[in-house]
Design a protein around this ligand. Sequence first.
Ligand code: ZN
Length: 369
Amino acid sequence: MMWGYLNPVKIIFGEGCISDIEKHLDTDRVLLVTDKMLAHSEILSRVEDALKNMDIVLFDKVQPNPSSYIVNACGKLAKDNNIEIILGVGGGSSIDTAKASAIVASTGIPIEEFLSGDRKIDTPCVPVLAIPTTSGTGSEVTPIAVITDEEKNKKQPIVSQYLFPKVAIVDPELTYSMPPEIAASTGMDALSHGIEGYWSKNSIPITDAFAIACVERVLRYLERSVRNRNDRNARREMSLASLLGGLTFAIPKTAAVHACSFPLTHRFGIPHGTACGLTLVAFIKFNYRIVQEKMNYLIRCTGYDSLEKFCEDISMLQRNIGLPCKLSAYGIKKEDIEILVEESFHPNILNNPREVTKRDLFEIYSEIL
Ligand code: ZN
């Protein structure tokens, strides 16, 4: 087996590291990309304080599941202001908007052309500095941005080596104000990144090591982090779990759980991490036969002695952090399953260790209805 590994993102981790942000900037032509709520929060004041010597341009129109329109507007703002570095501050949506708008700012071409796959990114983009305020996305260390193409009404990832952020500043203090429901959903995303990167057909031993460290932390700290935002130890460990999850799937990419999450989010508005959590246990059972030895190793490393107990505890964790395990809790009906099956055949499904047929998906969705 031959493999290579490269993750060019400089990672700065630790409580209070946001104060040193200026050290990582070699220009003062900075665009700060975030959402309306964060723009009026203490987090943004802290970022702005750390950048007080700079003249920053602010873009605060990021929305959940960022649309191509927003990305194009943000990219145009960067281009018009000759921006030399884009700071994405927030959850995955802000960081992905920052990454995708860097393509638009650098090329002057609307993002839809890259989303359709018609065009490849062939030159470096405006550098991005990623500052996560949730713990799940891992986008701060991946070469991926997930954007919704408004015209085609479809959520699509863009993948390019030029999308790796230049620097990831992971300051757990920025997650202290994260509400329980966001901590819960993003935490399930981190768990899904760990498990999916681990069983992806493209996984390699280095990313496997990240996966084990990620999954172990989520199982140990997620519930504590959701229940008590003042549990700083748990919040730090979840920031680290999220980072490790990003490092896990950045190269091998995710698989069937993420492929299914796209229509669940796009059609039914289920938050990304929650959507991943809905099919996670079903796919652990579905894939087990094919990756038995490897999964047994993960199960043992995370302190379990059987697949059943491992799955049971993940389902219990979901319930304990307030996330339903059934599709019906989100108003999904039997007659919706067909469209879900149809729209789950996203390219990520090809990374799944066991081939997934329409019939398999129909059974999995029916089982969790
Ligand atoms: Zn994800």
